[in-house]
Design a protein around this ligand. Structure first.
Ligand SMILES: *[C@@H]1O[C@H](CO)[C@@H](O)[C@H](O)[C@H]1NC(C)=O
Ligand SMILES: *[C@@H]1O[C@H](CO)[C@@H](O)[C@H](O)[C@H]1NC(C)=O
Length: 508
């Protein structure tokens, strides 16, 4: 390996070098004394990355109080590029960069992180071992924007590209998308839609969640549940763009800080595209589907959006693959010189003992949650009451992707066996809408009808008809219990509707 000074300094910058060596001697001396304070560089602007005996510093070296500035080595000579030809980033064989430009690919990478899990999965695929990819998503991933030609969906494209990247590895993809549901539902019902033995899980729920704190909480539980699966799967959050909502920002913008806390990458179609769409209004129709020939559908991107989603994800995957290749070619292990005061790489795959949305303390450990879920959208644990009157399985105009357990008459009741866990919680996922004529139910646990909860199908929100999760109880002791829901005489619906559409029941 060439000496580090050759990398960092070339040409006649002896003065800078001398100063740097002095600063570094100081640095190492202080460092050896273990009483290094950041402000030892007081009075000197800029940073000095010092060639520590055990380190291979590659960062820029600048000292701004001298005339000369050390040359910064930004890229290696081409001959040194390791891995497939596309690893020469934005070179002639990096086809995605040629097509989209480095600028757009960069904007799509909202949170990148250390990628410990994702790189482990990529290495496994490179070694020719089988990979299972699971996808949790909403209607976009369910193919709603691709009415004519669902074959062009992003999951199928990405799977094809993944297989081309790792031809020796056998890959399966399970698309567990559920239209019109979000993190609230998936936080406890993800197990109904993917298997436990996933290596990689991609989440596409950004526009399915409203931008409310509750969804951040749910998203955090979702991540914790998935990260804890047996194979310690890598999680990627692929965010689409939707323009049908009160704000351009959606629940996905509550996912991003949670994703970052758990070091799970976020890739955003919205951030790559939005500004450009605003600058040329006709582009909205280029990227979005249509409800019918006259009406654009600002919820669901069409084939052009799907292609971009898959390509942005592929570019991200290639980037991590290239990082692996670079490291193989030129390993630079990090050696802790802080005596444990700085985090090491050994913690990268761990799940923090504290949730981001709680208060700090020194000892508590967030419990593992083993969710119980009954759903109309699954074959594993279907939502079947143990006793009921007036409820039946129903789909709107034969839309098989959206089945409900439905009742329409006051007094209709349904009872479910549920298994409550450490969260002491029982919830119902149900449809809310301003225009569907939806009424109210009263739900309670065991015999405690008086202590029940009212869930309203109607809400005064325009253009949003989605699944919402209502908490019936968060004080139920762990164990088996019975949940009962009964359609009420009272209704919040303006047209006095009594219809109620239930999607799932969960307990945790
Ligand atoms: C995506 O496309 C594949 C084929 O390319 C197809 O088998 C699959 O059903 C499609 N999925 C959706 C949700 O449209
Ligand atoms: C706007 O986009 C359309 C394609 O949808 C393109 O034909 C047109 O040239 C663009 N206009 C401008 C001003 O860039």
């Amino acid at each position: 390996m060439p000496g580090i000074r050759q990398y960092l300094f070339r040409g006649p910058q002896a003065v800078t070098l001398l100063i740097l060596v002095n600063i570094c001697t100081l640095f190492l001396w202080y460092n050896d004394r273990k009483d290094l304070e950041v402000n030892i560089f007081n009075g000197i602007e800029g940073e000095a990355y010092c060639p520590h005996p055990h380190h291979h510093a590659m960062g820029p070296a600048t000292v701004t109080h001298t005339e000369t500035v050390a040359e910064t080595v930004l890229s290696r000579p081409k001959a040194e590029v390791a891995g497939p030809a596309f690893c020469d980033s934005c070179g002639p064989h990096d086809l995605l960069c040629l097509q989209y430009g480095d600028h757009t690919l960069a904007r799509s990478r909202v949170y990148e992180g250390a990628n410990a899990r994702f790189r482990r999965v990529i290495k496994k695929a490179m070694a020719g071992r089988p990979i299972k990819i699971g996808v949790l998503g909403g209607s976009v991933t369910n193919g709603h924007g691709l009415k004519q030609n669902k074959v062009e969906n992003w999951t199928a494209r990405y799977l094809k590209a993944w297989k081309a990247l790792f031809p020796r590895s056998e890959t399966v993809l399970i698309n567990g998308a559920v239209p019109a549901t979000g993190s609230g539902y998936f936080s406890m019902c993800w197990g109904e839609h993917i298997e436990e033995d996933m290596d990689l899980i991609i989440i596409e729920l950004a526009i399915n969640d409203q931008r409310i704190e509750e969804n951040a909480v749910a998203y955090e539980w979702l991540l914790r549940g998935l990260l804890d699966l047996p194979k310690k799967p890598a999680i990627l959050n692929l965010q689409t763009i939707g323009l049908a909502f009160p704000q351009i920002s959606t629940g996905g913008d509550h996912h991003t800080p949670i994703s970052a806390y758990y070091d799970t990458p976020v890739i955003s179609l919205r951030n790559a595209l939005a500004q450009h769409i605003y600058n040329n209004a006709s582009l909205d129709e280029h990227y979005f589907s249509r409800v019918n020939p006259e009406t654009p559908d600002w919820r669901h991107v069409n084939v052009h959006g799907h292609k971009l989603m898959s390509d942005l994800l592929l570019s991200y995957t290639q980037r991590q693959l290239c990082a692996i290749e670079r490291e193989k070619h030129d390993p630079r292990p990090w050696i802790d010189s802080s005596e444990g005061k700085l985090p090491g790489t050994d913690i990268l795959e761990d799940i923090p003992r504290l949730r981001l949305l709680q208060k700090y303390d020194r000892t508590s450990i967030t419990s593992r949650v083993k969710p119980f879920c009954l759903s109309t959208r699954t074959k594993k644990h279907p939502l079947v009451p143990m006793e009921s009157e007036g409820w039946e399985m129903w789909t709107y105009q034969g839309r098989l992707a959206k089945p409900y357990l439905r009742a329409t008459e006051p007094g209709s009741y349904a009872k479910f066996d549920v298994q409550v866990g450490v969260m002491n919680r029982v919830r119902v996922t149900y449809l809310r809408s301003k225009t569907f004529g939806l009424g109210d139910v009263w739900c309670w646990i065991d015999g405690n009808k008086k202590g029940g909860t009212r869930l309203s199908g109607y809400w005064n929100v325009d253009n949003v008809n989605i699944a919402i999760v209502g908490v019936v109880s968060d004080k139920t002791p762990p164990g088996k219990h019975v949940l009962t829901c009964e359609v009420m005489q009272e209704t919040n619906d303006q047209g006095k509707g009594h219809e109620f559409r239930m999607i799932a029941v969960d307990a945790s």
